[in-house]
Design a protein around this ligand. Structure first.
Ligand SMILES: [Zn+2]
Ligand SMILES: [Zn+2]
Length: 126
């Protein structure tokens, strides 16, 4: 498999620029097309898997839509210790305080913050 470092850099730049927003593979692909970069969806998927392994992104899989969403978290390690709300309309992320579940009885449940997202509609989109 041939890696095109420059194209991968473009993907990273794009998800970084979408700060606090979850993006789909299709949105990444559309941005690459806009920049006249040709990259197969499977290559993009593989690169996103790599970024996830490197802990640079968070991945959220929506079981209903059967879609994966990605958000850049490389500059925000605290995101691994709190929950997030995601707007279903604009994709914006709201970071919740780390201690929000402090007084809730969560049965010693160890939450995987990386893959847990609460979805809904943000204030601006209502
Ligand atoms: Zn966060
Ligand atoms: Zn919204």
């Amino acid at each position: 498999m041939r890696y095109n470092t420059k194209n991968r850099q473009k993907i990273l730049e794009f998800i970084k620029s979408q700060r606090d927003k979850y993006v789909t593979i299709n949105e990444i692909n559309a941005e690459l097309e806009r920049q006249s970069i040709k990259m197969s969806l499977s290559t993009i998927y593989r690169y996103m898997d790599y970024l996830e392994t490197e802990q640079l992104i968070s991945k959220h899989i929506d079981a209903n839509e059967k879609k994966s969403y990605f958000r850049y978290t490389g500059d925000n390690p605290a995101c691994k210790e709190h929950l997030h709300l995601k707007c279903n309309n604009c994709g914006i992320t709201i970071h919740l305080p780390a201690d929000i579940l402090e007084n809730a009885n969560i049965h010693n449940f160890k939450i995987e913050y990386d893959s847990s997202v609460i979805v809904g509609i943000c204030e601006d989109c209502q």
